[in-house]
Design a protein around this ligand. Structure first.
Ligand code: NAP
Length: 240
C-alpha cells in the first residue's frame, strides 16, 4: 500500500489540519492549494517535522486542465492511498440577490473540483484494489441554510456523489465517505457573528480543525475498514 495522501485546499484551516494529522499517521502528503503560498509552505514545514515528505501542488481544482497537468506525471509513478476533497469557499447571499457567477463558482469548487481530482486517482485505485476517499461536506448540506442555496446545494450534492461512488467502487475495496463539519474555527467563519453562533451549539463552542482531522484519520485507518458510503457529522451536536 502506498503511504500517500492527496488533500485539496490544504494551505490553511481544516485541510491543513488534515494534512498534518495524516503526516503524523505516517503518510507523505500531496498538498493542493490555490493561492496562499505562505500558508502552504507553513503546512509543509509541519508535515516535514513529522518526518514525512510534502509535495506542493498549486492549482485550482475547478480547472480540469490544471488538475491533469499537475497530477498526471505524479500518478504515472505513484497512486495515493487517500484522497481528501476539502477545497472550498462560500459566496453567501439570499437567492433573490445571488448572481449566476456566485451560484456557478460554488458548485464548481465543491462538485466539479471533486470530480476533476477524484476521477484520475480513482481509476488507478481500482487497479490497485485499495484506497480511501473522504469528501468534506457540511452540516449546511444536511439542514439547508437561508443565504446559502449555492453552498447547501453543492454540499448536499457532494453527499449524494459520495454515496454513489461508494457503491461503484466497493467491490474493489475502495471506501468512500463524507464528513460533515458544523461550525469550525477557520477563516471561513471570519464574517459570521461567532458569539451568537456559539449559543446555538449544544457544546457551546466552535469545533477545531484538528477535531475534523481526527475523524478523517479514523476513516482512513484500518479501524474503519467496514465503513463506506456514510456521512459522519462533526458538529458539536447542532444537528442530529
Ligand atoms: P478555509 O480556511 O477558507 O480554507 C479553504 C481552503 O480551500 C484553502 O486552502 C484554499 O486555498 C482552498 N481552496 C479554495 N478554493 C480552491 C480551489 N478552487 N482550488 C484549490 N483550492 C481551493 O476553509 P475551511 O473552513 O478550512 O474549509 C475547508 C472545507 O471544509 C471546505 O470545503 C468547507 O466548505 C468545509 N467546511 C467548513 C466549515 C467551517 O465551519 N469552517 C464547516 C463545514 C464545512 P488558498 O487559500 O490557497 O486559495
Amino acid at each position: 500500500m502506498s503511504k500517500i495522501a492527496l488533500i485539496t485546499g490544504a494551505s490553511k484551516g481544516i485541510g491543513a489540519a488534515i494534512a498534518v494529522q495524516l503526516a503524523e499517521d505516517g503518510y507523505d502528503i500531496w498538498l493542493n492549494y490555490r493561492s496562499d503560498d505562505a500558508g502552504a509552505h507553513k503546512t509543509a514545514e509541519q508535515i516535514k517535522q513529522h518526518g514525512q515528505q510534502c509535495t506542493l501542488l498549486k492549482f485550482d481544482v475547478t480547472d480540469e486542465k490544471a488538475v491533469e497537468e499537475n497530477l498526471s506525471s505524479l500518478l504515472e509513478k505513484k497512486v495515493p492511498y487517500i484522497v481528501v476533497n476539502n477545497a472550498g469557499f462560500t459566496r453567501d447571499s439570499i437567492m433573490m440577490m445571488m448572481d449566476s457567477s456566485d451560484w456557478n463558482k460554488v458548485l464548481q469548487v465543491h462538485l466539479t473540483g471533486f470530480f476533476n481530482v477524484t476521477k484520475p486517482v480513482v481509476s488507478r485505485m481500482l487497479r490497485k484494489r485499495t484506497g480511501r476517499i473522504i469528501n468534506i461536506a457540511s452540516t449546511s448540506g444536511e439542514t439547508g441554510v437561508a443565504g446559502q442555496t449555492n453552498y447547501c446545494a453543492a454540499k448536499a450534492g457532494l453527499i449524494g456523489a459520495t454515496k454513489s461512488l461508494a457503491m461503484e467502487v466497493a467491490k474493489r475495496n475502495i471506501l468512500v465517505n463524507a464528513v460533515t463539519p458544523g461550525f469550525i474555527d477557520t477563516d471561513m467563519l471570519s464574517e459570521l457573528p461567532v458569539d451568537e453562533i456559539k449559543n446555538t451549539i449544544p457544546l457551546k463552542r466552535l469545533g477545531t480543525p484538528k477535531e475534523v482531522a481526527g475523524v478523517v484519520s479514523f476513516l482512513c485507518s484500518d479501524k474503519a475498514s467496514y465503513i463506506t458510503g456514510q456521512t459522519i457529522a462533526v458538529n458539536g451536536g447542532i444537528y442530529t
